[in-house]
Design a protein around this ligand. Structure first.
Ligand SMILES: C[S@@+](CC[C@H](N)C(=O)[O-])C[C@H]1O[C@@H](n2cnc3c(N)ncnc32)[C@H](O)[C@@H]1O
Length: 280
């Protein structure tokens, strides 16, 4: 069957984009119709379906619909990420972490929990692990890093922890030598000392119940995900994150994201190189 000429009609586009939105909060504007069309045409090909209407009906009524919804989410998400993606922000992250470490110095139970919400293929949580090892080499504190995402495909890849040179382009040779092993295929496998600090799980950020699964956190990084949401899903996500932060906890967003006109729950405490939000 020839799939390159498949057309997504306006009517079916609306049904599919509404479904994606209901499930994930991801909003495809009319201008992004081509994107949905391109991303989903591969699924039609895999399922041997001849048009998008049949695909929509498959998602709605097939006995295998739950498995296909996972594939749908793998297909519609944008998973771009890399190690040490935003160094100026990571420097602020380390400063914030130092403050939290200091303030927990007089507590007997020392446990700091960091959540990479929407972690994609794992570069962000592993970057955090490396920064912790570099900055707190002999700390008695237990650092826990939780990486979550809505796409199961990226989580599988995150759990493997094997990366190509491109996604590690911002890592120095010293970091590569210290925290990665070279594989036979010339790729880089993250070492167990970092992997063992990190737990991965499937969490949909717009679902309040799912967000509660992993308990409460000192720091949440929710970077480059709410840009794909409309105002309503952004608000829901931020409320869910607020609930999962400890009192005094911090939220980092991507550098092009802000809570302006979305939520007044947080106090904006840093604006310089990066917006930084605090739950007071
Ligand atoms: C561009 S990546 C960001 C990765 C990383 N945070 C970074 O900044 O490098 C966006 C990720 O958000 C995830 N995502 C999209 N909608 C989501 C939702 N409703 N719940 C959880 N994750 C979601 C996607 O699967 C994707 O992996």
């Amino acid at each position: 069957m020839e799939y390159s000429n498949l057309n997504l009609s306006d009517d079916v586009f609306k049904k599919l984009k509404d479904m994606v939105y209901e499930i994930s909060g991801i909003f495809f504007s009319d201008q992004k119709k081509y994107l949905l069309e391109t991303r989903l045409s591969k699924r039609l090909s895999v399922l041997n379906l001849s048009n998008f209407e049949d695909y929509y009906n498959y998602l709605k009524y097939s006995p295998l619909k739950n498995a296909e919804i996972k594939e749908l989410l793998n297909s519609v998400t944008t998973n771009e990420t890399s190690f040490f993606r935003d160094m100026p922000q990571l420097e602020i992250f380390v400063d914030v972490l130092k403050q939290i470490v200091q303030s927990s110095a007089d507590k007997s139970f020392k446990n700091i929990r960091i959540w990479s919400a929407a972690c994609s293929t794992g570069e962000e949580p592993y970057t955090i692990g490396i920064l912790i090892k570099e900055n707190f080499p002999s700390s008695s504190i237990k650092f826990e890093i939780i990486g979550t995402d809505i796409s199961e495909k990226v989580l599988e890849s995150a759990k493997k922890g094997i990366y190509n040179g491109y996604t590690l382009r911002n890592a120095s040779q010293a970091i590569l030598d210290k925290y990665f092993e070279k594989t036979d295929d010339d790729e880089y496998k993250i070492k167990d000392e970092i992997k063992n600090m990190t737990v991965f799980g499937n969490v949909n950020l717009i679902d309040a119940k799912e967000v509660k699964k992993y308990g409460s956190f000192d720091i949440v990084l929710c970077r480059n995900v709410i840009i794909y949401f409309d105002a309503e899903s952004k608000k829901k996500t931020i409320e869910n994150i607020y609930e999962s932060l400890k009192q005094g906890g911090y939220l980092f967003l991507g550098h092009s994201e802000s809570l302006h006109s979305i939520s007044s729950l947080f106090k904006l405490v840093g604006l310089g190189k990066t917006p930084l939000y605090k739950k007071e």
